[in-house]
Design a binder for this molecule. Sequence first.
Ligand code: ACO
Length: 494
Amino acid sequence: MLSKGLPLHAEDRHTPAWEIPWDIPLPRAAPFGVHSIGKPPPTLGVMAMNPVKPAPVAASEEAARARPDTLTITDNRTGKQYEILITHGTIRALDLRQIKADSNDFGLMSYDPAFTNTASCISRVSYIDGDKGILRYRGYPIEELAEKSTYLETAYLILRGELPTKAQLEEWSYHITHHTFIHESIKKFLDGFHYDAHPMGMLISTIAALSTFYPDAKDIFNPESRLKQTWRLIGKMPTLAAFAYRHSLGMPYAYPDNELSYTGNFLNMLFKTTELKYRPNPTLERALDILFILHADHEQNCSANAMRNVGSSHVDPYSATAAATAALYGPLHGGANEQVLRMLLEMGSVGRVGEYIRRVKAGERKLMGFGHRIYKNYDPRARVIKQIAEQVFEVMGRNPLLEIALECERIALEDDYFVSRRLYPNVDFYTGLIYQSMGFPVTMFPVLFAIPRTAGWLAQWEEMLLDGEQKIARPRQVYLGREQRAYVPIESRA
Ligand code: ACO
């Protein structure tokens, strides 16, 4: 291992095995299955003309409620009926396969582009109730964690399932703090980027490059190896991010300071100049820590799904994390905070918000930082972020774009276009304002999302690896292309 022997790394320390077993067996669910019960198809015409339930029907419904949850499907092509088990509010897509038009038929599949109604895994990490605006990590409400926890403690909770004891937290923080250094060759690698390279591009590349430095990471079914890669990834992400930032400024890299907190050290690596010892402003340090808590996990979002998908091929966690970071980069996901700032700058003044909203409603633009696949209510993270913004502005001065953002929110929350579509501010709407006030350029905004999300990605990855039901992720397709045809020589083509 490349860092062996360096005093700042803990490679030669005894690596404790996880104290909480990761392979806790799932509660036994009723077996899934499908079987034809050979009932004749119902007479749809009669049912449609008879809206009042006759007494025998109501009685049979009562009896049905006493039975295990099942779904009866009638295949009108064949007249066959199938009874499919419902477990945890889902049916198994594979149970549909036995429903065939004839013996040559492949069997029925479900079609769900963008997974809008498909659960791809059983998870115990984060819980979201999108209608009520609830987010919990391992059962703990996000608001409570933001108030009482720290990012490193929350990362432990997300990965281990329980809040750490004092000793466990000290051990955890020690290991992460002592894995913040990166190999000098990574610095050379960063030096190869143009001065104006987007820091997310640099981050994705350097995370992927870490896989070449730690070949032991391929041992993904070894819990000790997974633990070590977890320390390394959580420890090194701020260093990679800060070095990418310093590279874009042409500033010398500032090395990690082990005496500072996770976010204090990150601020040190970003902003240290000539002072011998960087001392982070405690308000900004805490604000960043809370922002990191709020971004630590968010169940099966695009990047978590990328992490699981790529990880399902059993690649090392650095390669999978690079893929997840790439997914996060997109403007519809973690790149949205950058786009919000650009949008607010484009609006330029409170007076021009109405005109921008008109263009959004005409379908010409999107209101960035609004809307969410799951939340159909105010994003609970956005509420906390609004409070943090005030604290940061007290230190750094009020961001003039805040007035524009507030006007945007005011108009949108009253406008039928947004109300009827249940579009509310999401996590990205206010974060950009805070980051900008703290002195970050817009290109760093998605990077500030990727750092804390690493804990969530690793938890999702490990959960996937240890889930006996998971295999390499490989969706089906509905092929609507050409049937087989003969090759046409070039001279015969039109
Ligand atoms: N501005 C204007 N209209 C919107 C917006 C928006 N931000 N978001 C959704 N809509 C509209 C859609 O046009 C659609 O309207 P229609 O029914 O007339 O066609 C309707 O609301 C439903 O939207 P979908 O695109 O179907 O919703 P989906 O769940 O696929 O998309 C998404 C969710 C990608 C977040 C979307 O709301 C969006 O693009 N928002 C802006 C980007 C953004 O802020 N992303 C960050 C999300 S949070 C995160 O990833 C950390």
